[in-house]
Ligand binder design. Structure first.
Ligand SMILES: [Zn+2]
Length: 347
C-alpha cells in the first residue's frame, strides 16, 4: 500500500511506495545502457514469448488473442506499482501532517517486442505504434474523472532511472495534481490572461523567427533546444497547431510527431554516442476539480503538446538539489547547431 504525503518542511510531496523496493535493478551502477548486460535476458518479462511473466495486458497492437506472442506494443499494469486503482481515494491527517491514499493507475507500455534496441534503431512504424499506444491509453484513462493528472515518461539507462533494459514507457495517473505541475499550469494560465495567447505561441514565434535553436520542423511540430536548456542537448518538441492534449492528435499528427522524434533521437545518438535519457510528455490536467477549476477551461488556449527529451549526461549534485538551478556546460545555440548538422549529414 502506498500513500502520498505532504512534506511540511519543504512544501513538497512524496510518494511513499514500499512495493517499488522489490524491483529488480537490471543496470549495473555507473555503466551506460549498452554496457549494462541484462542480468538474465532469458528471463526478461517484456520480451515476446514471455507474456505469462507479466500481469494480463490492458492494451496491445495485435491481430490475435491477448497475452500471446504476435504483438507490436503491449500495455500491462506495473508489477511494482507506485499507486493502485483498487485503493479508495481519501485523505487523512496525521498530527501536523497530511497524507492521501495511493490511489491511481501505474502502467507499463512495452514499446516494441525487440529487446535492447536503441531508439535510433526504431523504424518509423515503431515510433508511430508507440505514440498510437500512448494516445489510446490517455483516451481510456481520461474516462475516469477521478484521475486529474497523467504522467507519461520514459526512462532509458541507469542515469535515466531505468531498472529494466527492454524499451518501455510508464504511465502514472493520479487523483491529485502534483505541486510542480500546478505551478506550471498556473504560470501558463497567467501568461495567457495577460497576453491573450499561449506562452508556447510566443516561444515558437521567437524561435522560428530566430532559427538559431531550431533542430528540425515539419508542418505540425518544431524541435528546439530551449533558450534556457537545463540539461545538455535538451530538446523540446512543441506542437505548432492549437492542440493541448496528445489525444487531440489524429493519425497525421502522430506521424508528424513520430517523424520529429525519430529525427531528433537519431541526431542525439550521432552527437552524444550511446546515452541515457528521459522523455517527458507535458500532459496538462485532465479534469476539472478544486485544484484545476481556475484554469482548466482555458487549457486549449494556454497549452500545447510538448515532448521534452533530457539526455542524462551528468548526475545532479548538491547545488542543483538545493537551488533547483541546473548547470548546463553547453550553450543551447551550439547544441541546436550540432544536432542540425547531424540531421543534414544523414540526408
Ligand atoms: Zn526483453
Amino acid at each position: 500500500m502506498s500513500d502520498i504525503r505532504y512534506d511540511l518542511l519543504h512544501d513538497d510531496y512524496a510518494l511513499i511506495a514500499p512495493e517499488r523496493l522489490r524491483r529488480p535493478d537490471c543496470y549495473k551502477t555507473g555503466k551506460k545502457s549498452s554496457e549494462s548486460e541484462f542480468s538474465d535476458r532469458k528471463k526478461c518479462p517484456f520480451c515476446e514469448g514471455r507474456e505469462h511473466l507479466t500481469p494480463h495486458e490492458i492494451f496491445a497492437i495485435r491481430d490475435n488473442d491477448p497475452d500471446e506472442p504476435g504483438w507490436k506494443t503491449r500495455v500491462v499494469p506495473n508489477l511494482y506499482k507506485a499507486v493502485q486503482i483498487e485503493t479508495p481515494w481519501q485523505s487523512e491527517e496525521v498530527g501536523i501532517y497530511e497524507k492521501w491514499s495511493g490511489f491511481g493507475a501505474h502502467e507499463v507500455v512495452i514499446d516494441t517486442p525487440r529487446h535492447l534496441t536503441r531508439m535510433d534503431d526504431w523504424s518509423e512504424e515503431e515510433y508511430f505504434n508507440w505514440l498510437y499506444t500512448l494516445r489510446s491509453r490517455l483516451n481510456d484513462l481520461k474516462n475516469d474523472s477521478r484521475l486529474v493528472y497523467i504522467s507519461l515518461f520514459k526512462n532509458h539507462g541507469h542515469y535515466g532511472g531505468a531498472t529494466q533494459s527492454h524499451p518501455h514507457t510508464q504511465i502514472i495517473a493520479l487523483a491529485a495534481l502534483p505541486y510542480r505541475q500546478r505551478q506550471l499550469l498556473l504560470h501558463a494560465h497567467n501568461f495567457y490572461k495577460s497576453h491573450g495567447h499561449s506562452l508556447f505561441e510566443s516561444v515558437l514565434h521567437m524561435e522560428l523567427d530566430d532559427k538559431k535553436r531550431i533542430v528540425a520542423e515539419n508542418d505540425i511540430f518544431a524541435a528546439i533546444c530551449p533558450y534556457a536548456s537545463t540539461f545538455t542537448f535538451e530538446t523540446y518538441i512543441v506542437c505548432k497547431k492549437p492542440h493541448a492534449f496528445l489525444n487531440d492528435l489524429d493519425d497525421n499528427g502522430l506521424e508528424a510527431l513520430a517523424d520529429l522524434l525519430s529525427q531528433t533521437i537519431k541526431a542525439l545518438y550521432r552527437q552524444v554516442g550511446d546515452f541515457d535519457f528521459n522523455i517527458l510528455f507535458n500532459t496538462p490536467a485532465m479534469h476539472k476539480n478544486a485544484q484545476t477549476e481556475d484554469f482548466f477551461d482555458d487549457t486549449d488556449k494556454m497549452w500545447r503538446i510538448g515532448v521534452r527529451i533530457l539526455p542524462r549526461l551528468y548526475r545532479l549534485g548538491g547545488f542543483e538539489l538545493s537551488s533547483g538551478v541546473k548547470i548546463n556546460p553547453l550553450d543551447p545555440d551550439e547544441a541546436a547547431s550540432l544536432l542540425r548538422g547531424s540531421i543534414k549529414e544523414r540526408e
